[in-house]
Design a protein around this ligand. Structure first.
Ligand SMILES: CC1(C)c2ccccc2-c2ccc(C[C@@H](CC(=O)O)C(=O)C(=O)O)cc21
Ligand SMILES: [Zn+2]
Length: 329
């Protein structure tokens, strides 16, 4: 195992090459002032020694199966590596929309059987479940021993809103969550396995061509990273990307509105992660020029307003084009 300059054992991951170049996301100590500076500026950073989920590093399938209780868990099934999020409630607005994946509500033991028996070339599974009070008491104890002091101090000093959820994620190696952005601040804690993140700043919005806000895949990029359609999405060529591989114990800060694509690194086994999602900081005074995040929020609101006012999805494209053609383009 080679050593890198930072003394980190340089694992040889088999990572896909993409057409765009990437820079590395810094891996910093929780005590490094640069860490808090980046978080306060809404810049991604990997915190390597936060101990945020140190009490969960033993969470493997066996332990979880033993202790997680017999509640039902949401498990997504996909016939390929991609687990593309979609909002079913918006599906009737878009004709011939095909669900990119199915979801099951099953017991953890059934999930363990699935993850061990499915043929990854034919079918893949991804458990995504918010940690709630149905879990067994040993999981509750582990959860209570998360480093709440650190993460709550971050919430306070960065004026994040309330903690909305802790999602437990268990995915097969090779599973990919395609590029999307979320409207919440996220401390992403890696418990087991390795995940490769591709991150894109909110100002890369023009290069990532999100679906319309009223589309079930709202917030997701329309670009297929494995086979980009440069005719439809020419600016994707110029996209600027930050990347990193998180290992057990790492915490990646994913600032709100930052695009991310996530892959459980192939050949490194299944991955277990826990997310800490916080509502956005309440908007204090508006400062000019507006930040990229504020412009994305504005575009979303205007798009939703136009869709609502026209009361039709089909009329939105023409309306938008009439607004700008020959005048702003
Ligand atoms: C793909 C999946 C299982 C899913 C299906 C249907 C609805 C929601 C979601 C959802 C939400 C979050 C994640 C975790 C992470 C991506 C990753 O780690 O793979 C991520 O994007 C984040 O932490 O913000 C993963 C999923
Ligand atoms: Zn996300």
């Amino acid at each position: 195992m080679a050593e890198t300059s930072s003394g980190r054992k340089c694992e040889h991951f088999d990572l896909k090459e993409y057409q765009f170049k990437t820079n590395m996301i810094p891996r910093l100590s929780v005590d490094d002032p640069e860490t808090n500076r980046r978080i306060s500026e809404g810049l991604p950073v990997i915190i390597i020694d936060s101990k945020l989920v140190a009490s969960a590093l033993h969470w493997d399938l066996e332990y979880l199966n033993e202790n997680v209780g017999d509640g039902k868990f949401t498990v997504y099934k996909s016939s390929n590596t991609k687990f593309k999020y979609f909002d079913e409630r918006k599906a009737d607005d878009v004709k011939d929309f095909r669900k990119p994946m199915e979801s099951l509500e099953i017991k953890f033991s059934e999930f363990v059987d699935l993850i061990k028996t499915v043929d990854p070339k034919k079918e893949r599974v991804y458990l995504q479940q918010s940690l709630n009070d149905t879990v067994g008491k040993r999981i509750v104890l582990d959860f209570l021993q998360f480093n709440w002091n650190w993460v709550t101090e971050q919430q306070r000093r960065n004026k994040f809103g309330t903690l909305t959820s802790n999602l437990l994620l268990i995915g097969m190696e090779g599973n990919i969550t395609p590029a999307h952005y979320d409207e919440q601040e996220n401390f992403f804690a890696q418990v087991k396995g390795y995940k490769r993140f591709l991150l894109f700043a909110p100002d890369q919005f023009p290069c990532l061509y999100p679906y319309p806000t009223f589309h079930p895949c709202d917030r997701q990029s329309q670009v297929d990273f494995d086979d980009p359609d440069y005719e439809r999405f020419p600016k994707f060529r110029d996209v600027k990307c930050l990347e990193a591989v998180v290992e057990p114990g790492d915490v990646l800060y994913i600032p709100m509105y930052w695009w991310h694509q996530v892959e459980s690194v192939p050949n490194k086994g299944y991955s277990v992660s826990v997310t800490f999602w916080y509502k956005a900081a309440p908007n204090d005074k508006i400062e000019y020029p507006l930040k990229a995040t504020q412009k994305v929020a504005m575009m979303r609101n205007i798009e939703k307003m136009i869709h609502q006012a026209l009361n039709s999805a089909d009329e939105v494209p023409e309306f938008m084009q009439n607004m700008v053609l020959g005048r702003y383009t």
